[in-house]
Design a protein around this ligand. Structure first.
Ligand code: ZN
Length: 128
């Protein structure tokens, strides 16, 4: 189980709390096994099913701001707050990794923003 994991752990990409999503959160290989990623704590992240489906076996994509190939955000080695921030119900990518991950994982579809709105707060605004 990765750090922060567990039934109530937040998705390490979109910060959705566990236990509120229809489907249970899952353990994601940050570097997918097909690319040589190990099943070890420093390569595992706790993710919601939507982030995990969109991420699939991808390692990176194109930064929508520069069109340069960029690796995805790595939740074990990169602090979330340095790469993303909430603006209302929308997750803003602050860096190439943040922007690329927000687009590839489709963090800001209307459905997902509505889900955050239903939770009544930006998921990071409380202190646990
Ligand atoms: Zn997520």
């Amino acid at each position: 189980m990765p750090p922060g994991g567990g039934a109530s752990g937040r998705c390490e990409y979109c910060q959705l709390p566990g236990g509120v999503a229809f489907f249970a959160h899952e353990v994601d290989h940050i570097i997918p096994e097909k690319h040589g990623g190990a099943t070890e704590a420093d390569n595992l992240a706790w993710t919601c099913w939507r982030c995990n489906r969109h991420k699939g076996s991808d390692l990176g994509s194109f930064d929508p701001a520069t069109q340069n190939f960029t690796f995805l955000f790595h939740p074990r080695t990169q602090p979330w707050e340095e790469h993303f921030r909430f603006e209302g119900d929308t997750i803003i990518g602050l860096t190439p990794e943040g922007r690329t991950t927000a687009r590839l994982l489709q963090l800001n579809t209307s459905e997902r923003e509505a889900e955050r709105r239903r939770l009544g707060e930006s998921p990071t605004s409380d202190t646990d």
